[in-house]
Design a protein around this ligand. Structure first.
Ligand code: SF4
Length: 272
């Protein structure tokens, strides 16, 4: 083996180790950017496998939900879109929980499934149930402003809810309703495979993490979904319509997402 071959093999092992750590969600901060960027030119991403020996000083992995827990993801955008269309049709026929009784129609998603950023809310309201699209009422208009402030076009991100049918009188979905709808959310997540998730309100983050903690406790701190996806929980735009003084906290959360995404903060008012 030549010196070049040995260097290439060492690089391959280091890359596999870093990717494995990152995909396991073990230390998402330490695994980002610097080390991978210092290695050679990007290579096609393979199913991460732990190398035989860890580099000195690396932390031992903690048990965490493996990537394999997600449904398989088709290889092409066309195949993923086709599967999402079939899934939306399945949802439209769904009667797995009592929420189907009062719906006008199911509300599956809006936006671009080939995005880097996914938003997960609670459930459809009156206007969403009428139009069949999530976040199109007053709360949706506020969400659109939040998305624009982050530097994304309205339909550049993917938006869905924890439950796909409107709860009566806009009540909070019950845990059994969220659980019944969860496989659809799981598959949407696997098909979109975003870089990051922002959850809006308590139900979204509770569905994603399987926790019963409230949004006030969870908001503003990074979590990891399925051992793979960084998640920033924040308040629901509908709550902000009632409590506008909370907008500052939400903006701080969104700026944190932008920072981690490597997006520049928007210019301050009055500056070009
Ligand atoms: Fe099915 Fe979800 Fe609608 Fe319940 S909320 S009926 S699980 S699509």
């Amino acid at each position: 083996m030549t010196l070049n071959d040995e260097l290439r093999e060492l690089t391959r092992q280091a890359r596999a180790w870093v990717e494995w750590l990152r995909d396991s969600g073990v230390d998402e901060h330490a695994c980002e950017g610097d080390l991978l960027a210092s290695l050679d030119a990007p290579q096609p991403r393979k199913r991460p496998a732990a190398p035989a020996r860890a580099p000195q000083g690396a932390r031992a992995p903690e048990p965490i939900t493996p990537r394999a827990a997600l449904p398989d993801r088709p290889a092409t955008a066309e195949a993923r879109q086709a599967r999402l269309t079939v899934l939306a049709d399945e949802v439209a026929q769904c009667t797995k929980c009592r929420l189907h009784e009062g719906r006008t129609q199911t509300v599956f998603s809006r936006g671009n499934p080939e995005t880097e950023l996914m938003f997960v809310g609670e459930g459809p309201g009156f206007e969403e149930d009428r139009q069949g699209l999530p976040f199109v009422g007053p709360a949706g208009q506020l969400l659109d402003k939040m998305i624009a402030a982050m530097g994304y076009a309205r339909d550049e991100v993917y938006i869905c809810n924890a439950v796909k049918c409107r709860p009566p009188n806009n009540r909070k979905p019950e845990p059994d309703e969220v659980a019944a709808c969860k496989p659809y959310l799981d598959e949407q997540l696997a098909l979109v495979d975003p870089k990051m998730i922002v959850s809006l309100g308590a139900t979204g983050v509770q569905a994603l993490l399987g926790t019963t903690l409230g949004i006030t406790r969870l908001r503003g701190t990074w979590k990891t979904v399925k051992g793979r996806y960084p998640l920033m929980p924040t308040f629901h735009p509908a709550y902000l319509l009632r409590q506008p003084e909370k907008k500052r906290e939400v903006w701080n959360d969104l700026q944190e997402v932008m920072r981690r995404m490597g997006k520049a903060p928007p210019p301050k008012r009055g500056k070009a």
